[in-house]
Design a protein around this ligand. Structure first.
Ligand code: URP
Ligand code: ZN
Ligand code: ZN
Length: 470
């Protein structure tokens, strides 16, 4: 028997735990996992993984590539964003296809939004991708949801803020969408922040005197934790009464974790993700001279929130670590000119998701390797309707694999990164967990820490079903 590739001698993180084994690949799929395969069978290519972890490729299920937002367009597109992902061991991304208001005030349809996002990704993405469909105009989009499920999209998204972008949903839309999620077996993702009080807080702080005194610190001062807490509890209430599946994106607060744990213990079908930045950064960064660079939405919180989010990952109420990648360069961030309400919100993250989570999760002794792989690979794949095609090293799964050294650290240097950002929130940090070798459907796209894959290798992933409901 001759395989295309055998990955030899690594510690393979399988759904059953870490085992010393070889992984054989035929075409795009994993064909066998076992000890001594390399002695029993031949292969056209042998990749030595001795002394390394062999883990499933990471799924970053929350990215925004080439997103028109905050008066500019995010600077990582499908070419640079997916190169960055590959270097960080990411082999699947899920972006958000957003229907915009047209000149006549009518909204693009969900189908048009999907077509627009396909155009951004097709022939450009190095890794596999799909989109969550954003509902930005309930009256026109409600009747289009079922058609999008038939077209292979099983997750939908609503924003409880962003009226100025034309994206905001209200309680009626959330309630109605969750009813449909129940009917269709699909899932609603929600950006949970309480808009009325947030807008009031921003207005109160938006004075020349306070801006002069506090600068970018106002970004954190105007968004106390209650803004997220109140919104999550409202979304959870609609989820409870409709029994529709709900997923809170980029959760950043301790209070959010408590709410989700409580709701899950009552049997409410709600899940939550956090992002790497909320685990390791806190709002003290806003006091830095370049603190405005760190503005994202929701904003970074306190150290105690970081610790509670780690506990949430350990306890299971937080299922996923993603990035909310929404990259803006220093020049784009400079648009703020001292007014924090004008900072384009978002950060680069794809390249550092696995290294940050590995270094602070595993080397920081907060998670086991199996837990880390659950949060970065298997849980996102299961929840987003991609398991076991993605998120597992087992026979029949796509051969999406990241091979990482357990200790070798690389200093984060924006000049040497694949992202289009000219800065990194983790600049100068020494991180282990960069991918030595990344395979996407059996093709090596990162070799010896260097990206060697081709733009356009990535394919769109149709999905049926989402959430953890059986
Ligand atoms: O700052 C962020 N997160 N930008 C992207 C938009 C969002 O809310 O996810
Ligand atoms: Zn959001
Ligand atoms: Zn986002």
């Amino acid at each position: 028997m001759t395989f295309d590739t055998i990955i030899k001698g690594g510690s393979v993180v399988t759904p059953g735990g870490c085992i010393d084994a070889d992984v054989a690949i035929s075409g795009e799929k994993i064909a066998a996992v076992g000890t001594g395969l390399s002695k029993l069978a031949k292969a056209n290519k042998v990749i030595d993984a001795k002394g390394h972890y062999v883990m499933p490729g990471v799924l970053d299920v929350h990215v925004h590539l080439e997103l028109p937002f905050c008066g500019t367009t995010s600077s990582d597109d499908y070419i640079t964003g997916t190169r960055a992902g590959a270097r960080g061991g990411v082999t699947t991304v899920i972006d958000f296809a957003i229907p915009y208001a047209k000149k006549d005030g009518k909204y693009e349809s969900l189908s048009e939004a999907a077509d627009n996002w396909h155009k951004k990704a097709e022939g450009r993405s190095m890794i596999d991708y799909t989109f969550h469909m954003c509902i930005t105009n309930w009256d026109s989009h409600a009747s289009q949801i079922e058609g999008m499920v038939k077209r292979g999209f099983s997750t939908f998204k609503e924003f409880m803020i962003y009226a100025s972008e034309g994206w905001q949903s209200d309680d009626r839309a959330m309630f109605g969408t969750l009813e449909k999620m129940n009917d269709l077996g699909s899932m609603l993702l929600v950006h949970a922040e309480s808009s009325r009080v947030l807008d009031e807080m921003i207005a109160r702080f938006h004075t020349p005197a306070l801006m002069k005194k506090f600068g970018a610190r106002l970004h954190a001062m105007s968004r106390p934790n209650v803004i997220e807490w109140e919104a999550i509890q409202r979304a959870v209430a609609w989820c409870d009464v409709t029994d529709g599946q709900l997923y809170i994106v980029h959760m950043s607060t301790a209070e959010g974790c408590d709410l989700i744990r409580e709701a899950q213990s009552q049997g409410v079908p709600v899940l939550a993700e956090t992002c790497a930045q909320y685990l390791v950064l806190d709002d003290s960064v806003f006091a830095r001279k370049d603190g405005h660079l760190f503005a994202c939405c929701p904003q970074l919180k306190k150290k105690a929130d970081c610790e509670r989010l780690w506990e949430g990952l350990q306890g299971g109420e937080v299922s996923v670590i993603s990035t909310d990648t929404c990259t803006f360069t220093k020049a784009q961030k400079a648009m703020w000119k001292g007014d924090w309400t004008k900072i384009p919100m978002g950060m680069p993250g794809l390249e550092t998701l696995l290294p940050v989570s590995y270094t602070h999760g595993i080397l920081g002794k907060r998670l086991s390797m199996e837990q880390l792989v659950d949060c970065l690979c298997s849980n996102p794949a299961k929840i987003m309707g991609l398991y076991p095609r993605k998120g597992a090293i087992q026979v029949g799964s796509d051969a999406d694999i990241a091979i990482i050294h357990p200790k070798k650290k690389i200093k984060v240097d924006p000049k040497k990164m694949e992202t289009n950002a000219d800065w990194s929130p983790f600049d100068g940090w020494e991180l282990a967990g960069f991918s030595r070798t990344t395979l996407s459907r059996g093709t090596v796209i990162v070799d010896d820490y260097k990206v060697v894959g081709k733009a356009g290798h990535g394919k769109w992933l149709p999905r049926t079903g989402a959430g953890l409901r059986k």
